[in-house]
Design a protein. Structure first.
Length: 326
């Protein structure tokens, strides 16, 4: 297999690009970087400023936000990245006065690469996929405090079909998220959130010497509802959110996320327009994002697009979230 290893380089590069589009050069390496990719139309449109936000997408950002769900949800997420396709599904159950629980699965399919010999003959096909399973629990205490936890199973899987000397590699680890949210601080329409994400043991793919720490992050965020201070119209809302994120293991290079969300109730339908901006630290692409959302009866649809240019000079395709209330 050593003679054909250089043929793997395009796929290896794709894995690195999908995991971290613009990894900081001076930062120490981390494993499971795909955990940092944005999931959900709302999150993409708000420029990742999600730690203080409530809602079903909180399962990927701050599980404390799940505690404000009043009904069960089924959600499907779809988003394409620089070198991979992401698909996820969530099932959430909620009971008033108790809280919410949920199960989520995410697949990041990096793609396939032909394995060839020195003469260019195709010997097999290499496939790389990342899997994530999440169990969530959240509840509200003291009327204004939301708390939530995620337990995650993270798996990297590289397989080979055909005339392969190596059947592939599978690496599995676990991680936890822990978050809180305070609502209506000082009687104002102000929400504050904080959390630690992706905390767990080192991610070992080949051997213990090559094991890297997970991309553990700490986040602090605040969201404010603006229109309620000036007009008494319950059908309209305007939320402004700001967030700071930094590494847990090697802090000192924070990323800044900003988001705005305007919602209007029109004939029993909720229409939402969103915009955001990411000022990254080399791990995210700097730039704006936009999106829209619609909730009608028991259906919820969100569409978003990041306007930041990738290393290929193109922007990412749209991200879509579809939800069903039950």
């Amino acid at each position: 297999m050593s003679g054909t290893l250089p043929r793997w380089l395009p796929l290896v590069c794709a894995v690195l690009v999908a995991a971290s589009p613009l990894r900081a050069q001076s930062a120490p390496p981390e494993g499971g970087i795909f955990l940092l990719l944005p999931v959900g139309a709302k999150a993409v449109a708000l420029g990742r400023a999600m730690t203080a936000q409530p809602g079903a997408e909180s399962v990927f950002w701050n599980p404390a936000g799940l505690s404000e769900l009043s009904e069960g949800r089924l959600l499907l997420y779809r988003g394409d990245y620089v070198a991979g396709s992401g698909t996820a599904a969530s099932g959430l159950m909620s009971r008033a006065g108790i809280g919410a629980v949920g199960l989520t699965y995410q697949l990041l399919d990096v793609g396939e690469q032909d394995l060839t010999d020195e003469q260019g003959n195709v010997l097999g096909t290499i496939t790389v996929r990342n899997h994530l399973g999440v169990a969530s629990v959240a509840t509200r205490v003291f009327d204004r405090l939301n708390i939530g936890f995620n337990f995650k199973v993270v798996q990297f899987r590289q397989s080979c079909r055909g005339q392969c000397l190596d059947a592939g590699v599978t690496a599995t680890t676990y991680a936890v998220d822990a978050g809180i949210q305070f609502t209506r601080l000082a009687g104002l329409p102000l929400r504050v959130g904080a959390m630690v994400a992706h905390a767990g043991p080192r991610f070992q793919i080949r051997n213990e010497e090559q094991a890297d720490p997970l991309p553990t992050r700490m986040r602090v965020s605040a969201a404010y509802e603006v229109l309620g201070q000036f007009v008494e119209v319950t059908e309209l809302e305007l939320h402004v959110t700001g967030e700071v994120e930094d590494r847990w293991h090697d802090p000192g290079s924070p990323a800044l996320y900003l988001g705005t969300e305007f919602g209007a109730v029109v004939e029993q339908a909720l229409l939402v327009a969103r915009a955001g901006y990411v000022k990254g630290n080399g791990e995210q692409l700097d730039g704006a994002a936009v999106g829209v959302g619609l909730r009608y009866d028991r259906f919820d649809v969100g569409v978003a697009k990041s306007l930041a240019a990738t290393i290929t000079g193109e922007t990412e395709p749209v991200h879509v979230t579809f939800g069903l209330v039950f």
